[in-house]
Design a binder for this molecule. Structure first.
Ligand code: UDP
Length: 235
């Protein structure tokens, strides 16, 4: 499919138009950022690895009845996707305490949640630093209707149950992850963005070794090897 105009360039991906107004191309970059862009770097081969990992996981979700924006592979680093009108909300799904949840509620990292999953909503607003929102804030801001929020939350819970089981069979604990949803031209809610070690926490079930972007955020080394290992386990 021919790439048209570059529509958007983010921290980890570039989105291009195509000759079909409802189809875009999403190209994954090697660049990595953390802490609101304050930490920057390059992870060799990340574009290829995240494209391959996301392709595998979107396909798995589609096989399990979850509607996603994934249409097919475009190149080693890119996929064809449905154009979506994205909700200005990030959905974070958690099974085990880590990262900001550990800081917020005082559970040491690695504490299994009593009633998993917890689904949290964050406002996609760089100027505000993507704050956590309560239901009342969502209603006040009007960023998503209650009906759409309920549908997207149900999809997030289903996605968690599919992915959690899939990773467990491959010796990985799905600790937490971030999802973004939008509506296609027919008003159908679909999962967008990506599912990769950039947006999920994966821990080796036996050793607890971190196989995700925390290796970059926390300067643990072996970042590329960790992403390779995730792809190897799910291939
Ligand atoms: N996450 C993400 N993008 C963000 C914030 C979080 O993909 O802008 C993912 C992150 O990789 C982790 C989960 O969402 O898998 C929960 O992140 P958390 O709130 O703990 O924030 P962090 O500790 O990463 O700052």
């Amino acid at each position: 499919m021919t790439r048209g105009e570059k529509l958007y360039e983010g921290k980890a991906k570039v989105v291009y138009a195509t000759d079909d107004p409802d189809v875009y191309i999403q190209d994954f970059k090697d660049s990595a950022t953390a802490f609101d862009g304050k930490k920057k770097g390059t992870i060799q081969e990340k574009g290829r690895l995240n494209n391959a990992i996301s392709t595998r996981l979107f396909s798995l979700l589609e096989e399990n009845g979850v509607q996603t924006h994934f249409l097919g592979k475009d190149s080693e680093t890119a996929m064809r996707i449905n154009r979506l009108d994205m909700f200005q909300v990030e959905f974070v799904v958690r099974n085990v305490a880590a990262g900001s949840l550990s800081k917020r509620i005082g559970y040491p990292e690695g504490t299994p949640l009593k009633n998993p999953p917890i689904v949290e909503y964050y406002y996609k607003d760089d100027a505000l630093g993507d704050p956590l929102l309560c239901m009342a804030h969502l209603d006040e801001l009007g960023v998503i209707s209650r009906e759409d929020l309920e549908k997207a939350t149900a999809a997030a819970v289903k996605i968690n149950s599919v992915l959690k089981g899939f990773f467990a069979e491959r010796g990985l604990t799905l600790v937490d992850f971030k999802l973004e949803f939008g509506k296609d031209a027919d008003g159908v809610i679909r999962l967008g963005d990506e599912i990769s070690p950039d947006t999920c926490r994966f821990w080796d079930s036996e050793t607890g070794e971190k196989l995700d972007k925390d290796r970059f955020r926390r300067d643990l080394g072996g970042v590329e090897d960790a992403y390779e290992e995730v792809l190897r386990r799910i291939s």
